[in-house]
Design a protein around this ligand. Structure first.
Ligand SMILES: Cc1cc2nc3c(=O)[nH]c(=O)nc-3n(C[C@H](O)[C@H](O)[C@H](O)COP(=O)(O)OP(=O)(O)OC[C@H]3O[C@@H](n4cnc5c(N)ncnc54)[C@H](O)[C@@H]3O)c2cc1C
Length: 330
């Protein structure tokens, strides 16, 4: 394996944390070859400042800020051709995973998404591990060469330390036929309604609430706990179906899959459709009044009790420990 290209997915605040983690993965499989970052959109290299890649390839075009998967696959293949890389790593976000399949066909590569561990063998082979059956088992695959694409699961790999200086950058020459590729063709755009804190899929801590909160008016207890921890807010489908919170909050089979360092489930029973969306979280804490609730089967720590006195007390104690002054917002 020699060299790897990483797509540096952009967010409103810079490069996605999952893309930074992808840079570390790229380094570990690049076989001593260069790690090249691809940055697409307006604004030049500043968005990727101090990202520890050896070189940046830029497509500085405002019209491509929301490039389609077809366009991104073409740009990534061009970046690999320009750098001679035989591996690519994309963040395991919804966008990243969407691009992987198309890119694998276009570039003629073996691909794996949702990767949580990898071992590079001495003869150039790559063994990757990923959860299957909703996290109840894991499988290890050998990805044959010569070309490979990986999409690591967010938070499964550590983010490498930033570089001491910005990497050298140059413009990527657009591949032949690029202008004929379909764009995203959006006719309208409605921003996702999210909570105030970090983005659900990116957050290191997620606090989710379920039907145990009984009314939409009680949901602020979950939001205050989340705020005290700097966490994103999630919800079970019972909550989103009832209209207590928008569907963008939903965690689970038909919602978002999250894998934070810490997942706190409050008043959530632990139906399998919820579990598959959060079971790969590093540490799971459940708060539920029913000691037999299935959520406790996947929880690392559990509090059996009534959430209504527990949540305010927990939030107050976390605020005190973290030196957050003033009373919790109501
Ligand atoms: C095709 C399909 C797809 C689905 N996709 C999803 C999905 O993506 N995500 C999802 O979440 N669900 C999904 N569901 C729904 C899922 O099956 C459950 O119905 C749902 O997750 C239940 O939500 P809940 O745990 O909040 O509510 P409940 O199952 O009603 O659980 C409420 C919990 O709160 C506890 N509780 C009550 N009062 C208190 C209190 N005072 N203090 C502490 N605990 C208390 C109860 O003991 C109970 O365990 C899907 C279902 C189907 C059929």
């Amino acid at each position: 394996m020699t060299g790897a290209v990483v797509w540096l997915e952009r967010t409103s605040t810079g490069v996605a944390g999952a893309s930074r983690e992808a840079v570390g993965v790229a380094r570990s499989i690049a076989g001593g070859g260069p790690v090249v970052g691809l940055l697409v959109g307006a604004g030049g290299p500043s968005a990727a400042e101090r990202i520890p890649v050896d070189r940046l390839l830029l497509v500085d075009a405002p019209g491509l800020a929301d490039a389609s998967s077809a366009q991104l696959a073409a740009l990534l293949a061009a970046a690999a051709a320009a750098s001679g890389a035989d591996s690519m790593v994309l963040a395991g976000t919804a966008r990243g995973r969407d691009v992987v399949g198309r890119l694998a066909v276009r570039w003629g590569a073996a691909a794996a998404t949702n990767v949580t561990d990898l071992v590079a063998g001495g003869s150039g082979e790559l063994h990757v591990t990923r959860p299957v059956f909703g996290g109840r088992a894991s499988e290890t695959l050998e990805l044959p060469g010569p070309r490979r694409i990986l999409a690591p699961r967010p938070h499964a790999f550590a983010e490498p330390p930033p570089a001491s200086a910005a990497p050298p950058s140059e413009a990527l020459v657009l591949p032949d036929g690029f202008s004929a590729l379909p764009g995203r063709g959006m006719e309208g755009f409605e921003p996702t309604v999210g909570s105030k804190g970090p983005e659900l899929g990116e957050a290191s801590i997620v606090v989710s609430g379920g039907r145990g909160l009984r009314t939409p008016e009680s949901f602020h207890l979950v939001e205050e706990l989340a705020e005290s921890l700097g966490a994103a807010v999630g919800a079970s489908r019972a909550v989103t179906d009832a209209g207590w919170r928008p569907s963008s909050y939903q965690v689970g089979q038909t919602g978002r899959a999250v894998s934070p360092q810490l997942y706190i489930a409050v008043g959530i029973s632990g139906a399998i459709q919820h579990i598959v969306g959060m079971v790969s979280s590093r540490v799971i804490v459940a708060i539920n009044s029913d000691a037999q609730a299935p959520i406790f089967k996947v929880a690392d720590y559990g509090i059996v009790g009534d959430l209504f006195p527990i949540l305010p007390a927990l939030t107050a104690e976390i605020r005190r420990q973290r030196g957050l002054t003033g009373s919790a917002p109501g």
